[in-house]
Design a protein around this ligand. Structure first.
Ligand code: ADP
Length: 542
């Protein structure tokens, strides 16, 4: 037939295709490279990465989430790991480095099994079975924290002490702070979380994280940071003649400029006499005066505006004794809406008394060299702001990330108040119990369960490494202690030694985070193991 010898094109020219084992190996390799990069950042003695983006902006951090967000990962399999890290971050707000390291370890062990001629499907099944067993074991060994009724002073103090243990672990790994500063930061996180906590019918608490604002102000030192019951705006009152302090504030939240809007199209107005100019300007002033009149007539004594406020409008507002702040961020407007019980209005004409938010005090105060506006004791008492002070932006950003981790930890624990010992203790215990259980699984899947157990031990191995300890010796010692029934034996990374009971130095992690890490890492590894064909379109030419 005439068709013989004519190539049949199914894929676009330039499309690359890797197939079968070759594709799988390339994917595993890519994922492992990413995990190798992140390994050195794990735990309290993890090193920082300096990341430079395409604009030349620099981030220095050892927070896994921040690292993977800034790294522009190209390889599709490595991207899956990045997605996993982001998913864990979104779900529990912590554990990002661990999930990448664990995914890498699971894939590394899978590769060894592939070399022994075990089919990917068997490995996937084995890993899934091991995951389910691991989750079961976690429930068995979890320690319950005493969280009583947060409305009662006494229970609150007990809960604080309990939660601080886990908070310590979440914060200590992120930056070097002196113990007293760390303690202050922990108190602020706890107070903020308690403020934003809502009781659920089952007695647990739901921390509304969107009610907590973190505001950074360069200058001073970390020790000058403070917690405010309410919202702090990094803005000044617009006009010197306005009040700086308003009690029993009635706040108009505007998403419209108090200015004469310029027409979108160019318009030409022919003016022929000075009277016309005057009446034109008077007309403009009247429009602004009417706006202010309207605001005042509904009873507002504070205006918080997302857009600009014209000089003339400022003057009229000042005359009425109304305090005004302009160009406030949308996210702040939304927080204010929730905190003050007001409603953001897009047209002054529509403003009514019911749209006004309220709080006991709005005040402009000096913070360092700048002024900020404090909206305090709001109608909805669940709003809180953590105002961070510090020497430079990089430090402030890193502290903000830690505070966020801390807030997430507390949210996770108030939802599910159970912790497991950290410092590698829980991993060694899991690995030990999984190996024992594997015997009952039998067949080739047993090998996959064993591989899963080995992969989990990678976490304590890396911790030992960052602590400068002998890895093999440390793991052997830990295994021995766990075999003797010391469930909480782990690595005191800061002092580079193995201890019988890691909970004594308060290295505890929410069980929810550990579960999420295991789930996401297994999911990522099995997703990659299922791929046997990579068909990539040629990159688009710029
Ligand atoms: P991730 O981004 O995964 O949360 P981290 O850098 O926060 O990673 O490190 C978390 C790991 O470090 C956990 O396994 C935790 O148990 C361990 N860890 C944290 N603090 C300590 C400590 N003081 N001593 C020993 N291990 C710790």
């Amino acid at each position: 037939m005439a068709l013989y010898g004519v190539p049949v094109l199914i894929l676009k020219e330039g499309t690359s295709r890797t197939h079968g084992r070759e594709a799988l190996r390339a994917n595993i390799m890519a994922a492992r490279v990413l995990s190798e990069i992140l390994k050195t950042s794990l735990g309290p003695r993890g090193l920082d990465k300096m990341l430079v983006d395409s604009f030349g902006d620099i981030t220095v951090t050892n927070d896994g989430a921040a690292i993977v967000k800034e790294m522009e990962v190209q390889h599709p399999a490595a991207k899956l790991l990045v997605e996993a890290a982001k998913a864990v971050d979104a779900e529990v707000g912590d554990g990002t480095t661990s999930v990448v390291v664990l995914s890498g370890a699971l894939l590394e062990r899978a590769e060894q099994l592939l070399d022994q001629g075990i089919h990917p499907t068997v490995i996937i099944e084995g890993y899934k079975a091991a995951l389910n067993k691991a989750l079961e074991i976690l429930d068995e060994i979890a320690i319950k924290l005493k969280i009583g009724d947060l409305d009662k002073e006494e229970d609150r103090n007990i809960a604080k002490q309990e939660l601080k243990k886990a908070l310590h672990t979440a914060l200590a790994s992120k930056y070097i702070a002196t113990p007293d500063v760390l303690d202050r930061l922990m108190d602020m996180i706890l107070e903020a979380a308690f403020t934003a906590a809502e009781k659920r019918p089952d007695g647990t608490y739901d921390v509304k994280l969107d009610m907590i604002k973190i505001e950074k102000k360069r200058g001073g030192s970390l020790a000058d940071s403070m917690l405010i019951q309410g919202i702090v705006l990094d803005k000044e009152v617009v006009h010197p003649a306005m009040p700086r302090r308003v009690e029993n504030a009635k706040i108009a939240l505007l998403d419209t400029p108090l200015e004469i809007e310029k027409p979108d199209i160019t318009a030409k107005i022919n003016i022929t006499s000075p009277e016309q100019i005057r009446s034109f300007l008077e007309e403009e002033a009247k429009i602004l005066r009417d706006m202010v009149e309207k605001i005042s007539s509904v009873g507002a004594n504070v205006v918080i505006c997302q857009k600009g406020i014209d000089d003339v409008a400022q003057h009229y507002l000042a005359k009425k004794g109304i305090m005004a702040v302009r160009r406030v961020k949308r996210s702040d407007m939304e927080k204010l809406e929730k905190a003050t019980g007001g409603r953001i209005v897009t047209s002054v004409r529509d403003l009514t008394e019911r749209d006004l938010g309220s709080c006991e005090l709005v005040e402009e105060r000096r913070v360092g060299n700048d002024k900020m506006v404090f909206v305090e004791r709001c109608k909805n008492p669940k709003a809180a702001t953590i105002l961070l002070r510090g020497a430079n932006d990089m430090l402030l950003d890193e502290v903000e990330r830690s505070i966020n981790d801390g807030l997430h930890t507390i949210r996770n624990l108030l939802r599910d108040p159970k912790v497991v010992p950290g410092g590698g203790a829980v991993e060694i215990e899991l690995a030990m119990r999984l190996r024992k259980w594997a015997e009952s699984v039998g067949g080739r899947e047993q090998l996959a369960v064993m591989a899963f157990a080995d992969a989990i031990e990678e976490i304590p191995q890396v911790l030992a490494q960052t602590a400068g300890m002998d890895v093999l010796e440390t793991i052997m010692e830990l295994r021995k202690l766990h075999a003797e029934g010391k469930q909480a034996a782990g690595i005191d990374v800061v002092n580079s030694k193995v201890i019988d009971d890691i909970t004594k130095i308060n290295v505890l992690e929410p069980v929810a985070v550990k579960k999420q890490i295991l789930k996401s890492a297994t999911e990522t590894a099995t997703t990659i193991l299922k791929i046997d064909d990579v068909i990539a379109a040629a990159p688009k030419k710029e």
